[in-house]
Design a protein around this ligand. Structure first.
Ligand SMILES: [Mn+2]
Length: 358
């Protein structure tokens, strides 16, 4: 197993590459969509985006990331002694009609295919995505973690419908008429996912890229008047079975899976890692279940993270673990301290697991 960090778009620079390397990470997962453009989401705090009525602000340009751009970023990362493992998330402006089954669906799918080919040519092994209309929404922030550390969680379900021009909790078009995106059923959403996988997985196979699906965060059957797909652990199997392929993989988020009300996180980890379906892992901990949970430090939540590592080791998982989110520590560098703490814990835990085997 390998250790990495997930870096947001505004962190893709020398300072953060050095920070990652100094913590002992070997791999990076990067975001190329800026979730912090909204002025209320304070970029300097480098926390997680929370989102208000306007969501996380404006989506990207809608242009597909070019091979040149990907190669430039990869080269810079490699020059700091790190590997680029994955890009996490499509720009909502490039696939809103794929999610909505709108009139530009096929055109946008062609763009996504071009992107996946670029990712393959750049030698980036994995692309993480999250097939969702409402996206990551309905979260609250508070002093939820140990010692009053600032973190995110969920207290109430936000049922306000998604406005026109918004998808995945970001605004892709602010010139559309007022109103809300049309509601649909779970079956309709599954058929949209099937359409997406049928188009993209063959291209991913050719390009040598693994597509890795994140579960619903927060994991609820409905949020903001939209159906959600992966809100219980067994629904990941449904996604896998929609398109059997080694390139149809999971962005396995332990925090989100632990928030689900059914199943058991250890059985889920065993079930999916045994099948070789874990693209990479969001290694984080939570307390509670949806719709009432809090994100906490890696060593204080409901999940025994050492037990998870033992299961992954048993099933020969070779991929990358990233902390995903951590609570912010009370100091001059809240994000960095939280991440360094998580990485230190992960490094020690991994050493313990590996030595126990030998
Ligand atoms: Mn996650």
């Amino acid at each position: 197993m390998k250790l990495g960090f997930g870096l947001y778009k505004h962190m893709l620079n020398e300072q953060h590459y050095k920070f990652a390397k100094q913590c002992g990470a070997t791999h990076l997962v990067i975001h190329l969509v800026d979730y912090f453009s909204h002025e209320k989401n304070n970029k300097n705090s480098a926390s997680q985006p929370l989102g208000q009525k306007e969501g996380w602000g404006k989506a990207g340009s809608g242009e597909i990331w070019s091979l040149e751009e990907l190669l430039r970023i990869k080269k810079e990362i490699n020059s700091h002694g790190l590997e680029l493992e994955a890009i996490e998330n499509f720009d909502p402006a490039t696939w809103y009609d794929v999610l909505l089954a709108g009139e530009k669906r096929d055109e946008q799918l062609e763009g996504l295919k071009e992107l996946i080919r670029n990712v393959g040519k750049a030698g980036i092994p994995t692309f993480g995505y999250y097939f969702s209309l409402a996206g990551v929404a309905s979260r609250t922030q508070g002093t939820y973690a140990r010692g009053g550390a600032l973190s995110v969680g969920m207290e109430d379900v936000d049922d306000t419908p998604v406005p026109n021009g918004m998808i995945w909790n970001m605004v892709y078009d602010d010139s559309v008429p007022e109103g809300f995106i049309p509601s649909c059923t779970h079956d309709e959403m599954w058929s949209r996912l099937q359409y997406f996988l049928d188009a993209i997985i063959p291209v991913a196979e050719e390009a040598g890229v693994k597509l890795a699906a994140h579960p619903d965060d927060p994991p609820l059957p409905f949020l903001k008047n939209t159906p959600r797909l992966i809100h219980q652990p067994h629904l990941y199997q449904k996604l896998i079975d929609l398109y059997p392929s080694p390139n149809n993989q999971l962005e396995f988020c332990l925090g989100t899976l632990s928030e689900m009300t059914e199943g058991n996180i250890y059985d889920s980890t065993d079930h999916y890692s045994k099948q070789g379906k874990l693209g990479y892992i969001h290694f984080r901990n939570v307390r509670g279940k949806a719709p009432s949970y809090k994100e906490v430090f890696v060593d204080e939540g409901d999940v025994d993270m050492i037990k998870i590592l033992r299961i992954l080791k048993k099933n020969n998982f070779q991929g990358v673990l990233i902390p995903d989110h951590t609570p912010q520590m009370t100091c001059d560098a809240p994000w960095y301290a939280g991440m360094a703490f998580a990485m230190g814990y992960m490094k020690a835990a991994l050493k313990l697991i590996n030595e126990a085997e030998n």
